[in-house]
Structure formats: C-alpha cells, structure tokens
Ligand binder design. Structure first.
Ligand SMILES: [Zn+2]
Ligand SMILES: [Zn+2]
Length: 185
C-alpha cells in the first residue's frame, strides 16, 4: 500500500493522540494545557496559537471519536464516524509547501481550532485508508494489558501487537516459539 508522506504523518499523529487516553496507558497524557502544548510541538501541528481549556476539552472529545474509529469493526461504521468528524471540523483543502516541506494538502480551515485541525487532517488520513480498502489495518494491540491503537503497515496485515517494548518483545517470543515448533515438527 502506497501512503503519501503527509498521510503517514497524520496517521502517526492520530495514533499517538488516541494512545494518550487513560484506558490504553497509565494516566491521561493529555491531562492539562502543558501536555497539549507538548503534543502540538512534538507533532509539529502548524498554525496553532494560544491554547485554552476549551481547546483541551475539544481535543479530548475528538480523541474519543478517533478511538471509536479504531474500534470500528467494518468499513461502513468507520466511514460514518470519519464523515461525522470531518463534517463537524469543516475543511478547506489547499496545497501548501510551508516550512520547507514538499507540496502536500492541508484540510483544516484557515484559523481552525487545534481540535478541528486534528479532526480534519487526521480524519482525511483515515479516510484514505478506508478508500484504499484497508480499514482492517486500523487496529488495537492484542496484548490484553495494552490495547494501544496502531496502524498495521505490514505487507500481509499480520501485525497483532503495537511497537511498545513489552508488546514488541511478545511478538518476538511468539515468532521464536513458532520457529522452534517448525524446526521440531
Ligand atoms: Zn503541513
Ligand atoms: Zn501493545
């Protein structure tokens, strides 16, 4: 699956956003405005001015809706959720090459709040996955104590665990056992 660079970046952002939620980690990683500023800086979210408590609440709300997208079991449910998110955010697609990046499309409307910005651009990146017939790649880690969201970009859609150290190791152990079994059988 060929994913444009900016789509891939937006997917990284939405995965990290969903994984800031308390149910998938210890404690909310978007607990306060400082954390939201940190998130925005980390992911180079452009055109963000002064943030307020209202922004924080709105971003947490959008985060919950994105979590639903990752929990959706079929493309239709996924599409409906994405349509709602993107419609509520409002979009103004436009080409840009800001800050030395190659030409790419921004979907968020000029002056959009950070929540609408994330909803529009991450929503469209997820829409691209659905359009490509790849909704199944939007996954939750199968480790019972983890459940982090991730996008499975493996060739045969075989990834079951997120790339956190614990779950990645689990994957290696499982592969090792499978190899041993094969060798023994
Ligand atoms: Zn950009
Ligand atoms: Zn995991």
């Amino acid at each position: 699956m060929l994913i444009p660079h900016d789509t891939r970046r937006a997917l990284d952002v939405v995965v990290d956003l969903v994984n800031t939620a308390p149910e998938s980690d210890q404690g909310d990683r978007l607990a306060d405005l400082e954390a939201l500023y940190g998130f925005v800086r980390l992911h180079h979210v452009s055109d963000v001015g002064t943030l307020t408590e209202a922004d924080l609440r709105a971003v947490r709300d959008v985060r919950g809706r994105f979590a639903d997208v990752f929990a959706a079991l079929d493309p239709r449910t996924c599409a409906e959720l994405i349509n709602q998110l993107v419609a509520a955010a409002g979009t103004t697609p436009r080409l840009t090459d800001h800050d030395g990046f190659d030409w790419h499309v921004h979907y968020f409307a000029p002056g959009a709040s950070v929540a609408d910005h994330l909803a529009a651009d991450c929503g469209m990146a997820l829409a691209f996955i659905v359009v490509s017939g790849e909704q199944e790649r939007l996954r939750r880690c199968e480790a019972p104590d983890c459940r982090r969201a991730f996008v499975d970009l493996s060739r045969n859609r075989s990834r079951r665990y997120c790339d956190s150290r614990t779950c990645g190791n689990r994957l290696h152990v499982a592969a090792y056992r499978a190899r041993r079994k094969e060798a023994a059988g």
